[in-house]
Design a protein around this ligand. Structure first.
Ligand code: DGY
Length: 324
């Protein structure tokens, strides 16, 4: 008898065919997010789930004790209670590696957009404001090349950002991470820095850390005050790594020059969020990994992890807290 799984999001036909080869399955084929209550009901009769960042709580897990694996289609898994999964011996997997270059591309898109005011200039031209009387300095931005880049978080994506920064833009790179990275310092000529120093010296501060209890609200009022008034914040991590009210305050007070944000405390972001009314803020809807090729690779990876987990194999991408 094949194992039973529930696929809690639409997937490409090739992924569905792959899962069908090994499992009996049901699928949530609607574009809107699956309601938590529906996911719970479906989870009660299967061995494994393929999901996209639902809240996986201790209460949820307690009601589906037969579930062996929950395969998440995302590199981040901050909506999962990994402690409870560990205790209850549920395998959790995610999709690292396949999205690293794509997210690093978006970080540069955000950095360049903020520095050269691309979204603002786009509106300027389209609204017919570019006239013979436009003063050249009205269009000035700041340079990215040769600037100082501070990267908070130096995992797989951090390294891809470094490669672009050093080889492409000849930037001076500082990084802050929980473990030393002597091999990267050597390879790229970058330097570890305490967080305060990184904030004080950087022209661009990029956040690319997972959201955990130690990174929640890592940047608040005090940290923004340390940044240069000419500096930009780029957040491609999770919204809650930043105290959003403090960010609004820092932007209003001119403590920093601007921000480019892929992520928000609440997603989708509330249209009334003051950040969206600020010219010096570039906002995109959590599209770090959103290219067709990468998203397909992520779903296929999640399917492979799921199949391995329900067929007695060892999934390739077990969440690090859950590795034996
Ligand atoms: C992830 O997979 O966690 C990224 O945020 C996607 O953009």
């Amino acid at each position: 008898m094949k194992p039973k799984v529930f696929i809690a999001r639409p997937v490409p036909p090739a992924v569905e065919a792959y899962i069908a080869k090994y499992c009996d399955y049901k699928i949530w084929n609607r574009q809107e997010r699956i309601p938590d209550a529906v996911l719970l009901e479906e989870a009660k009769s299967v061995d494994g789930l393929l999901v996209q960042n639902p809240p996986i709580t201790r209460e949820f897990l307690a009601q589906v004790p037969q579930v062996k694996i929950i395969s998440n289609t995302s590199v981040g898994y901050d909506s999962f209670d990994v402690e409870a999964m560990k205790e209850l011996r549920v395998i959790g997997t995610h999709t690292p590696f396949v999205l690293d270059e794509t997210v690093a591309d978006l970080v540069f898109a955000l950095m360049l957009s903020a520095a050269r005011r691309v979204p603002e200039m786009n509106e300027f031209v389209k609204q017919g404001k570019w006239t013979k009387d436009t003063k050249p300095e009205e269009l000035f931005g700041v340079d990215v090349h040769h600037a100082t880049l501070g990267i908070v978080g130096m995992g797989r994506i951090g390294e891809k950002i470094v490669r672009r920064a050093v080889h492409g833009f000849e930037m001076n790179v500082l990084f802050h991470a929980t473990t030393p990275k002597p091999e990267l310092e050597e390879k790229y000529g970058i330097r570890y820095s305490p967080l305060d120093e990184l904030l004080e010296k950087s022209d661009f501060v990029v956040l690319i850390v997972p959201l955990t209890e130690s990174t929640r609200r890592l940047l608040g009022e005090e940290q923004f005050r340390r940044m240069k008034p000419t500096a930009y914040l780029i957040n491609a991590a999770r919204g809650a790594v930043v105290d959003e009210q403090a960010l609004i305050g820092a932007l209003e007070a001119g403590e920093i020059a601007g921000a480019a944000l892929d992520v928000f405390e609440q997603e989708p972001v509330d249209p009334e969020n003051p950040l969206l009314r600020m010219e010096q803020v570039t906002a995109v809807p959590h599209i770090g990994s959103a290219t067709a090729k990468t998203r397909e690779a992520m779903v296929m990876k999640a399917a492979e992890n799921l199949v391995a987990g329900v067929t007695g194999g060892i999934p390739e991408n077990v969440m690090k807290e859950l590795k034996e």
